[in-house]
Design a protein around this ligand. Structure first.
Ligand code: SF4
Length: 614
């Protein structure tokens, strides 16, 4: 088995309570790099098309990458994979913290769950020994208590990925949580975990990950840590909150359910920016072995929006979705909302979008106090927190919101769909689709719609892309394909995108990291092609599910009608052109997204070609 991998996968049948070990196929490891690459390959082969994502035939995986837990800086990531109950297509969600590395130290590259347990269980993996254990006492507990109880029982070195009560209640915007404030939030996979009555995956171990060149690996690490880059210092100092002012001032951040202009409609934005956030921070922290340390633990607040010391610092996405998007300049309430979502296990991006839908529907008279049980006014932190709590607990009107904006709007009716800002069922992240066009292309073109971390043209190391005009769609297909390829590769391998460009200053540094850890004679061309294979594998999963892409954008994200004022006044996107060149470069049909037989065969996906082109 190639270095970097542990060489073993665990299969857990929750219906039969059976656990089996399987060797990781070496070629598959190199062809897909782990993470969502390996996940997509395995689910395409072993999960039937058309399964209910919340049913027993759905497979849920927790998968690490070939660089996870190694000396390669930022190698903290794992990915949850499965069929998304939000989109009906391929679903994945990436998280940092310690769980990914420790799954490997416990002896495995990935765990896949099939079936459905008849009672709550958790999986304990301790140095190569795996067992299912009763989780009756954990059911109903939040993600903080779940971790604390499991650590008290199995030792403080235990790492835990779990769902909170929202996942148990199958909220379709539920996340899988770890380290109390790290979330595998997107795609609704917390609900898939809840549907299986799987409360937690708890791992510990001290096995060594085999590495091809130990001395070179240590040397690489030293060099990466020594690379002090202003961007990582900025993010290390403030967290991703550092991005908030810049995003708001350029009209990248959402404002008033994506209908406003930040600098005009939300003048108090500096109240929730990096400096005041940092002032409430007790200490910073990082994921496993990460010197950047962009996470933060808050001091606690006894004010109106009380939260305990130990609450986590909100990320940029949370500040934007719960701040500017709701016209909410009350920082304590945003930290509180973040804490509720972390404890109950909700994706803060989707949760903020759901509250925005409720506020706009209330504002437009589509819903009233009779529906919501409370007044819902833009910028009212009390209403925002009260409704977030209801959503997390699936109570009252919160029960409607807990399944995401698309389903909520369908239930509300009366034209609410117009204010449900989603793409393919997934709420947009907090970056405008018109900025540099990268997000506009990616949100609709990617197999997982509405995602800002699936690649395009950034973040990438220097030398990754040829010169291109980032304000034009013309000539965009080639650089976008190359950028997606590299991003898919490092994401699948388990590297955090925040350290890209800092630890991996030049693209050759990234290639070298793969070579040093794995011993493969991998080249940049192979890495780019591998990324394209991963992306195409996920796309094939969607095609087999009957999904046609590009996903249809919401009009507001296309600038229809265009904004009249602000930095993006007049900007509109031509939806028909957005993904066209990129799909052509990938060999995917620009109208349906179906990869051509040739594109599949060129990537070595002959068996997939047979399924898609019988
Ligand atoms: S940069 Fe932040 S998110 Fe990324 S690995 Fe480091 S601490 Fe974790």
């Amino acid at each position: 088995m190639a270095r970097g991998f542990m060489g073993k996968i665990l299969w857990v049948d929750l219906s039969k309570k059976q656990i089996k070990e399987e060797a990781l196929d070496e070629k598959m490891g190199r062809d897909f790099l782990g993470g969502y690459g390996l996940g997509a390959r395995i689910l395409f082969s072993r999960q039937k098309a058309g399964v209910d994502p919340l049913g027993p035939d759905a497979i849920l995986g927790l998968v690490t990458g070939v660089l996870t837990g190694t000396d390669a800086m930022g190698g903290s990531r794992y990915v949850m994979v499965g069929k998304s109950p939000l989109t009906g297509g391929w679903g994945d969600a990436n998280s940092g913290g310690n769980v990914g590395p420790y799954l490997k130290f416990a002896g495995y590259d990935a765990v896949f769950f099939t079936g459905k347990s008849d009672k709550p269980v958790y999986l304990l993996i301790d140095n190569g020994k795996a067992e299912l254990k009763d989780a009756g006492k954990l059911w109903g507990k939040d993600s903080f208590d779940t971790q604390d109880i499991l650590r008290a029982e199995h030792g403080k070195e235990l790492e835990v990925a779990c769902i909170g009560p929202s996942g148990e209640k199958l909220a379709l915007i539920a996340a899988v949580m770890n380290n109390k404030g790290r979330a595998a939030g997107r795609s609704g996979l917390g609900a898939v975990m809840g549907s299986k009555k799987l409360k937690a995956i708890a791992v510990k171990g001290n096995m060594k990950i085999p590495v091809a060149n130990e001395a070179a690996s240590k040397e690489m690490r030293k060099k990466q840590v020594a690379n002090k880059n202003p961007r990582s210092e900025f993010i290390g100092g403030f967290g991703t909150a550092a991005l908030f002012n810049m995003s708001l001032e350029s009209d990248d951040a959402p404002c008033k359910n994506w209908d406003g202009v930040g600098i005009i409609d939300f003048p108090k934005y500096k109240d929730i920016s990096a400096e005041p956030v940092k002032a409430e921070q007790e200490k910073k922290y990082g994921c496993w072995h990460c010197p950047v340390g962009c996470g933060g633990i808050m001091k606690g607040s006894t004010g109106e929006f009380k939260y305990e010391a130990g609450a986590h610092k909100p990320e940029y996405e949370t500040l934007a979705m719960y701040g500017s998007n709701l016209l909410n300049s009350n920082l304590a309430s945003i930290i509180k909302a973040n804490d509720i979502c972390n404890r109950y296990g909700l994706d803060t991006i989707s949760a903020g979008a759901c509250i925005a839908l409720a506020l706009e529907c209330y504002d437009k008279g589509i819903i009233t106090k009779k529906d919501t049980g409370m007044e819902m006014k833009w910028g009212d932190p009390k209403a925002i927190i009260a409704m977030t709590e209801k959503m997390a607990k699936r109570e009252g009107f919160g029960d409607i919101l807990a399944d995401g904006v698309k389903k909520a709007a369908e239930k509300i009716g009366k034209g609410a769909e117009k204010y449900a800002i989603h793409i393919g069922g997934q709420e947009y992240p907090a970056h405008d689709s018109r900025g540099g066009l990268m997000f506009g292309i990616g949100y609709g073109a990617n197999p997982t719609p509405g995602r800002h971390t699936q690649g395009g043209e950034g973040p990438l190391p220097a030398g990754a892309l040829p010169e291109y005009n980032f304000q034009s769609l013309k000539g965009r297909g080639k650089p976008h394909k190359r950028g997606v390829g590299i991003t898919q590769a490092y994401n699948a391998a388990g590297i955090c995108m925040i350290v890209i460009g800092d630890a991996y200053v030049h693209i050759n540094d990234l290639v070298e990291a793969f070579r040093t850890i794995t011993g493969w004679d991998i080249t940049l061309d192979e890495l780019v092609k591998t990324g394209a294979r991963i992306e195409t594998m996920k796309q094939a999963f969607n095609v087999r599910e009957g999904i046609k892409t590009p996903w249809k954008h919401h009009d507001r994200m296309l600038g229809k009608p265009p904004k009249k004022v602000g930095p993006r006044a007049g900007a509109t996107l031509d939806e028909a052109e957005l993904a066209k060149e990129y799909y052509e470069e990938m060999g995917w049909d620009p109208k349906t997204g179906r990869p051509s037989k040739k594109a599949l065969m060129d990537l070595g996906l002959d068996d997939v070609a047979k399924v898609l082109w019988p």
